[in-house]
Write a protein that binds this ligand. Sequence first.
Ligand code: PLP
Length: 858
Amino acid sequence: MRALRRFTVRAQLPAPLAPLQTLATNLRWSWHPPTQDLFAGLDHDAWERAGHDPVRLLGEISTSRLGELAKDADAVVTVRELADDLESYLTEPRWYQLEREEDPTLPAAVGYFSMEFGVSEVLPNYSGGLGVLAGDHLKAASDLGVPLIAVGLLYRSGYFRQSLSLDGWQLEHYPVLDPQGLPLQLLADADGTPVLVEVVMPGERVLKARVWQATVGRVPLLLLDSDIEENEPDLRGVTDRLYGGDQDQRIRQEILVGIGGVRAVRAFCAVTGHPTPEVFHTNEGHAGYLGLERIRELQVDDGLSFDEAVAAVRAGTVFTTHTPVPAGIDRFPVEMVRHYFSAGATDGSTAAARTDSALLPGVPLDRILALGAEESQGMFNMAHMGLRLAQRANGVSRLHGQVSREMFGRLWSGFDAEEVPIGSVTNGVHGHTWEAREVTALIGGPDDEAVAAAVPDESLWALRSTLRARLVAEVRRRVREAWLQRGASTPELSWTDHIFDPDVLTVGFARRVPTYKRLTLMLRDKDRLRDLLLDPARPVQLVVAGKSHPADDGGKALIQEIVQFADDPAVRHRIVFLPDYDMSMARYLYWGCDVWLNNPLRPLEACGTSGMKSALNGGLNLSIRDGWWDELYDGANGWAIPTADGIDDPVKRDDLEANALYELLATQVAPAFYDRVDGIPSRWVELVRHTLTTLRPQVQATRMVHEYVEDWYAPAARAATRVNADSFGPARELAAYRRRLDKAWPHVQVIGVDASGLPDTPEVGAPMTVRAAVDLGGLSPEDVTVQAVVGRVGDTDDLADTVTVAMEHVGAADGHGDRFESVVKLPHAGLTGYTVRVLPAHPLLASSAELGKVVLAG
Ligand SMILES: *Cc1c(COP(=O)(O)O)cnc(C)c1O
C-alpha cells in the first residue's frame, strides 16, 4: 500500500536527553565535530540510516535505545556539556560585541536577503555557489557574533537531485521535503498562532506564506513557504522549486522574498524582540523588491514622499552583484512588473489607487518602473533596481569589481569605468565547514601560521594521503551507486571496487555546468587526455561532477560527453563522473583532491569558491586567472593556466587554453607530484605547506564578513542613522537637493577654461593654475564640486592615469556664472592633457559619482 500523504512526527526524548533537540535543530552541529561525534555515537546504524542528519536520527533511534542512553551517565554528561557549550557559543560576547562597545555606530542588526541558502545538505535549499556562499556568510557571521537576520524562501523540492540515464543523459528528480522533518521551527506569535505574511497578487488575490526559522548558530534564517491551505492551489506552488518555473513564477517568488521577506523580518522582530535591521544586504537582484517595501513603510508610517523614502532606503542598503554573465541578470518584461505591481487596483478605484501600486499602496507605479529601467525599453532589470536602491554596491572579487564597473557603467555615463561606484569584497569560505578535521588537528587554525610551518614533511604528506584515500573510497561507493541507478546489477560491478588508486595524482573538477565554465575543455584532445590518465609512470585520475540547469539541454549534452568518455573500460578506472553534486559530496572532493581544476572563460567567473575550499585542505589550484585566483595566485600556491582572453575566435581560444592545460599537467603538475625523495614529494609538499600557511587565512569567510562589517555595513548604518535623524530631516533635505539638482542640471555648463596658468617650463611637479567659469544653472557653489582633471593623453584625447583636484570658488564671473580656480602639480612626464568637470556635492552622498551626474567642459 502506498501512503496518500506523509509527514514527520518528532521524537519524544527522555528528560536527561532533552538538550539533543536543540543540538539537532541548531545547525551549528554541521561545523562542530564534537557535536557530530555525539550524534554518530548515539546509534551508529541509525546515524547511517539517517544520512548523518541529526533531526532524522532522533526519529530513527528506537525508544529502547533512547531509554538506555538516558541511563548512561557518560552519554548524559556529554549531552549536557555540549548543550552548555552551544549555549555559551550563542550568548557570550564575540568579536562583534567587543567591537560595538568601542564603536556604537555598528548596526544593531543587518537583514541579509538571498534566493538560496546552502547551510548544510540536511536543508537542501540551494543550487550552487551563490547559496553555499550565503550559508558560509551566515556561519562566519555567527562565529563573529554579527547580528544578521537572513531571509529567503523554503522550496518544497529544493533544487533537483541528479541521476544519469544509461546513455549518460542527466535525469532530474524532485523529492518533496517535509518541513517538519527539517531543522526548522514555525514562527508563531506570543499565543502560538503561526505568523502569516501576505502580499497582494493580481486579480484581487492574496499570496500568503508562513515563516520557517532555521537557526544557524547565532543567526536566524527566515524561510517563507507558500504551500499552505490558506492559498489557492496555483499560489501554493509559488515556493515549490528553486529556479524551476516560468517568468511568472519567478516574479512571484521575488515579490515574496523581497516584500514578504521584509514583512517576515518585522514579524520576527516583533515576536522575539530582536533588534530591527538598520542595514539591508541584497544579494543579487533577486531580492531587490525589499527596497520597495521599505519605501512603502516610510511613506505610510512616517509620511515621507517617495523621493524622501528613496533617500532613506538607499543609505541603509548594500547591494552585491554576484555574476558578470548577462544571462545571469534577472530581467522581467515591464508589462509583467506593471501587472503585478498594480495588483489590486480595480476599475472602481480612485484615480490615486490606479496610479499607485496596490501591492505597495502609496508607492507610485511609474517610479517603481523607472527604478528597473534599462536602455532597451520594455525590460525591467533587477540589478539596475538593486544599484539604484543601494548607496553602496560591490562585486565579489577584485576582478569582478572591475568587470562590474564596466558592465554597469552606463548607469554612470560620463564617468570612466574606474570611477563607477561599485567596489568589491572577495568571497571567502567557512573554514570549520569545509576543512577536514585532520587538517585542523595537525596544523591548528588559520592564524597558527607557525604550527603549519613547523609540521614535518612526512606528516603533511601523510595528511594529504589520508584525505585522498578517503576520497577514493567515496568515489568507489558513489560510482557503484550510480551504476545501480543506471540499471546495472551487482554482479557486473565488481570492477568498481578497483577504480581509482589512493596513490595516484587526483584532480577534481566540480561545479554547475553553464557554458562559461567549460566542463568539457579537458576533452578537447581526447587522445592527449587519455595519455595523461594512462601514463604508466605518472598517471592522473580525474573526478568530475556538476548539475546542469534542467532547461539547459546544451549543458546536459556536455555532461553526456564526459560520462560517455568516462564509461570507456579503457579509462574508467582513472576518470569518473559522479552524479548529484551537492555539499555532502563536495566535502570529499575538497578534502581529497590534490589539484582543483578550474577553466572558465575569463572574466566570467565572478569569484568561484570551490578552489578556496580545496586550498583550505592543502589542495593546489590549477586555474585560469579568473575571479579570486586572479588576485590570490602568487606563483607558489598552484598554477595559472594562461588565458587567451584576447582571442575572439572561441574555437581557437579553447584550443589554446586546453593545450596549455595539458602542458601544465604533463610538465609541471605531474612531475612535482611524482618526484620523490625517500617516498616524499618534497616540492609538492612545499606547495601544500605554502598554500596552507598563506592562502588558507586569506580565503576564510570570517575575513570576508569582517570586510563587509567594516567597509560596508558600518558605513551604511552610519549613513542610515544620519538621514533618519530628526524625523528624517536629512532624508528630506537630500531628496530636496536631488530635486533641485534634477531641475538645474540641464543648464549647468562649463563656460570657459583658462589655461594661462601653464608653467613656462612644464616639468613633473611644476604647478599649473587652472581657472574655469561655470554656469551653475541656479545651483549654489556649495551644491557642486568643480574639479580639474589632469592625466596622460595618447592618440585620442582620452585622459588616462588622471589626478583630480577640487577647484575653489573664487567669486562671480564677468557677465554671468561663477569662477573656480586651483593649482595642480603636473603629475606625469610626457603628453599631458586636462579638463574641468562639475559634479554634485552633498554631505550625505557617499561619492560624487553616486548620482551618475557629471558635466564636462567642452
Ligand atoms: C562551493 C560550492 C559551489 C561553488 O563552487 P564554484 O567554484 O563557485 O563553482 C557549488 N556547489 C557546491 C556544493 C559547493 O560546495
